[in-house]
Design a protein around this ligand. Structure first.
Ligand code: ADP
Length: 488
């Protein structure tokens, strides 16, 4: 129980002295009305390293930094106290050893004592707090900088799946702007991205239990029809106690996946296509050895011819394979120059007509157009499209080549009335090593169209196909038309 009566034995002067002399944390200065230091307590001396003799009689502005003195901060403080009776300040005070300490101060005007105005200045050392504040700000800006510069997409959601933050890479990877992301909102974004519900489950798990889930792979088809792959990780954190957020990191692995697929394609190709002629060569050498051991030299010729034919095929396969990998690694230079497209088409038709006189290959009349292209490569594309039209023609031997111009591009269309391609196989027809199921009995490697696409894309053009099974196909490519500036 508090003994109220006991308080009566102490005067307010005793309280003030106790507060002034014995307090450990509150530093106190007593100033006169002009800012001269009259008294200073022990806490101040301990905190700032001064002796009383260093301070008493000096102007309190000596405790300010030079910068603050030049801004007249000490005298402004004095005037505020004198005018308003009080002043609150946050600034640096300089220790005896010149170290600066961030303080929070309150000055109050004392009633006139000893005939003059007095100011009581109570100071709290909040340097450690200030330093932590600074380091939090620095840490925040450090994290912001990391977020802005990394290639991974980062998204932060709150418990209601509202988007709290998205970094620059997230917008870039998903081709969104701040406005479009807000308009779509997270539920709709999940609808397009998350067909297998994996991302939604990971978000729910992170927000719920907070258990760490290992990264998973998210595949989706983007707005341009390109297959994209991301390695996604979700982690929970609390921005405020009891308010969970989920941090989602999208690491783009489209290129890695593409390279993996290409490696697999090549390995499959080597395993299937190269093995046949090689086995054939080995068999024929075996037969020859047998003939030799049996002293029958007459049988050699046939086996030798077969082995040579297969060795030739093997060489061709390896060459084509090499060409296709070289193109993929963008290792070749285009020797571009102005090419009159109609003339190139005519040259190709003429050569093919010569070797296939039973075909009727028509060149439709069109506007004369010049393109900036590597002529050999352009002829390779035309040749490939035309040779395929011949190869997959079936009974109908009519082929037509047309050109159309629009939007700064010229489009070449090569139409046959042959076997056609089933609709389900159309998306894969330009892939490396892809061959439609029904035409696999005809000799081929499945590299030609792939090379055509690489060549045309290297010329900033596009390739595509339209086909009806049993009725025929039209293979297209478009190229930018060279204007007078690009023709030299
Ligand atoms: P290849 O002809 O050596 O197999 P391509 O890359 O030139 O290789 O063609 C890939 C596949 O596309 C062919 O195997 C064939 O199934 C299909 N194809 C190409 N052109 C035609 C066409 N004009 N008509 C029907 N199918 C075609």
């Amino acid at each position: 129980m508090i003994n109220v009566e006991a308080g009566k034995h102490f005067s307010s002067y005793d309280y003030y002295r106790a507060l002034f002399e014995s307090t450990q944390k509150n530093c106190v200065l007593l100033l006169d009305g002009s800012g001269i230091i009259l008294e200073v307590n022990r806490a101040f001396l301990l905190s700032f390293g001064y002796d009383a003799a260093d301070l008493i009689g000096e102007h309190f502005s000596m405790l300010f930094t030079e910068e603050d003195r030049s801004k007249d901060l000490p005298m402004r403080e004095i005037h505020t106290v004198l005018d308003e009776g009080q002043s609150f300040d946050n600034n640096y005070l300089v220790n005896k050893n010149n170290v600066r300490t961030w303080v929070s101060g309150e000055s109050v005007l004392l009633s006139k004592t000893r005939g003059q105005e007095g100011i009581l200045k109570i100071i709290q050392n909040i340097h450690t707090q200030k330093e932590s504040e600074y380091s939090i700000v620095a840490l925040n800006s450090f994290s912001e900088n990391i977020l802005a510069t990394i290639d991974d997409g980062v998204l932060v959601l709150d418990q209601e799946l509202k988007i709290v933050k998205a970094n620059r890479s997230f917008y870039r990877l998903f081709e969104l702007s701040d406005a479009s992301l807000r308009e779509i909102g997270m539920p709709m974004l999940l609808d397009t991205l998350d067909k297998k519900n994996e991302l939604s489950s990971a978000i729910t798990a992170a927000l719920g239990t907070g258990n760490y889930n290992s990264p998973f792979q998210l595949d989706f088809v983007d707005a341009h029809g390109v297959n994209r792959g991301f390695e996604v990780s979700c982690a929970r954190f609390e921005s405020q106690p009891g308010k969970p957020n989920v941090l989602i990191v999208f690491h783009d692995i489209t290129i890695q996946k593409d390279q993996e697929r290409q490696r697999e394609d090549i390995l499959n190709f080597v395993a299937h296509e190269l093995r046949n002629p090689l086995t054939n060569i080995i068999l024929n050498i075996g037969w020859m050895e047998m003939q030799m051991s049996e002293g029958k030299p007459d049988g050699y010729k046939e086996f030798l011819e077969r082995a040579a034919r297969n060795a030739e095929r093997l060489k061709k396969l390896i060459n084509e394979l090499y060409k296709s990998t070289k193109l993929i690694s963008r290792n070749y230079d285009l020797q571009a120059g102005p090419c009159i497209l109609g003339e190139c088409i005519f040259e190709c038709i003429e050569a093919l007509q010569h070797t296939h006189p039973d075909f009727y290959i028509e060149q439709q009349p069109g506007i004369a157009v010049t393109v900036l292209a590597d002529k050999d490569k352009l002829m390779q594309v035309l040749n490939n499209y035309l040779s395929n039209a011949v190869k997959y023609a079936g009974e109908n031997k009519f082929i037509s080549v047309g050109t159309a111009v629009g939007d700064g591009y010229v489009t070449v269309a090569i139409t046959d009335r042959g076997k056609g391609i089933p609709i389900k196989e159309l998306p894969f027809i330009f892939n490396r090593f892809y061959r439609a199921e029904k035409t696999r009995s005809l000799e081929g490697l499945g590299i030609g169209l792939f090379l055509c696409r690489q060549i045309i894309e290297a010329h900033k053009g596009r390739t595509w196909v339209e086909s009806v099974e049993g009725k025929g196909s039209t293979f297209y490519f478009s190229l930018p038309i060279a204007n007078s500036d690009t023709i030299y």
